[in-house]
Write a protein that binds this ligand. Structure first.
Ligand SMILES: Nc1ncnc2c1ncn2[C@@H]1O[C@H](COP(=O)(O)O)[C@@H](O)[C@H]1OP(=O)(O)O
Ligand SMILES: [Mg+2]
Ligand SMILES: [Mg+2]
Ligand SMILES: [Mg+2]
Length: 318
């Protein structure tokens, strides 16, 4: 089946959301704290409102499993924050009101189903706040398989020195990138192992999101001697898909061994890498299971590679 309409709606929505994020970031955003102590900003809510509205308007029957929840914005003390979110959304959707914005955000409370969308309105909020990398990540999943993935990475550098990359993939059609500011989609491929300059691996900036000493040891065991490239968000998937790195390791942090990865932190990135010729499994070699819920209850860790080194990496982990 062709996903032309889904792809186009997803691209347009992600570009609009990325614009909103860039506007918020110019104003040096403040972080609010969620109940799990993780940060969130008006841009996370604004991005989720825009994208859930767009998907809901075009594909009203599709559930959306998204990270944020409008309940966090519904108290009277949060009214000024909701007003700010509404102002940013209004610049792109003039009819936005606080109530409408909350209802759009709440479209993201859907559950995993035979066909669903999953959204991280800002992946890498900590990177967003640090003026580092972040991504707007949207994917369509059918029968447990990601079919369409769009990653908008406003801070990813292009070869010409400008910033902003859009990565797009549709199952069976290849992976592509374009300048986020506009331009043609160009095919991308993972790096060949013979390409020594690209023999690098990527990992999180946040040391609490992985096991950095084990990640370095595994990279060394497969012949990668260069220091890791540390990057926030699913921009790391973009780096592997476009050949800037051959490996992305995300092994459970000793500080939070029971943490389970969330589907919206991986769905869009995984199809971009797979369609660029790469491979993704968990640290035990199992495929990521997108069919059970918002968390990967049956997977531990994530290994993303150019494909050719994957078995060696799994052997080093075993
Ligand atoms: N202990 C953890 N291990 C792995 N990922 C985590 C952990 N805690 C939070 N995260 C998630 O890591 C993602 C950012 O990853 P990266 O470090 O690659 O930029 C965020 O979506 C964040 O989720 P959350 O938004 O729920 O805090
Ligand atoms: Mg995230
Ligand atoms: Mg997020
Ligand atoms: Mg978050």
């Amino acid at each position: 089946m062709s996903y032309e309409k889904e792809k186009q709606v997803a691209i347009d929505a992600a570009i609009a959301a990325a614009k909103l994020c860039q506007q918020v970031r110019q104003a040096i955003p403040a972080a609010m704290e969620k109940t799990d102590k993780s940060p969130v900003t008006v841009a996370d809510y604004g991005s989720q409102a825009l994208i859930c509205k767009a998907i809901g308007d075009m594909f009203g029957d599709d559930p959306i499993v998204a990270e944020e929840d409008a309940a966090d914005l519904s108290t009277s003390e949060m009214a000024p924050q909701l007003a700010k979110v509404t102002d940013y959304v209004k610049e792109l959707v003039p009819e936005a009101t606080p109530e409408a914005v909350k209802s759009w955000i709440d479209r993201g409370n859907g559950e995993v189903a035979p066909r669903y969308w999953t959204l991280d309105p800002i992946d890498g909020t900590k990177g967003f706040l640090r003026q580092d990398q972040y991504a707007v990540a949207l994917a369509l999943v059918e029968s447990g398989q990601v079919k369409v993935g769009v990653l908008a990475c406003p801070a990813m550098p292009l070869e010409n020195g400008e910033c902003g990359i859009l990565y797009v993939a549709v199952r069976g059609e290849g992976a592509f990138m374009a300048p986020l500011a506009g331009g043609d989609l160009q095919p991308i491929r993972v790096a060949d192992i013979g390409d020594a300059a690209n023999l690098r691996f990527v990992e999180s900036v946040e040391s609490g999101h992985g096991d950095q000493s084990r990640q370095s040891a595994v990279a060394k065991a497969v012949g990668i001697t260069a220091d890791s490239l540390r990057m926030d968000s699913q921009a790391k998937y973009g780096a592997v898909a476009s050949g800037q790195a051959v490996l992305y390791l995300r092994l459970p942090s000793p500080k939070s061994p029971n943490y389970r990865e969330k589907i919206w932190d991986h769905a869009a990135g995984t199809i971009v890498v797979e369609e660029a010729g790469g491979r993704i499994t968990d640290m035990h070699g199992k495929p990521l299971d997108f069919s059970i819920g918002a968390k990967f209850a049956n997977n531990q860790g994530v290994v993303v590679s150019n494909g050719t080194i994957h078995e060696k990496v799994l052997e080093a982990l075993a």
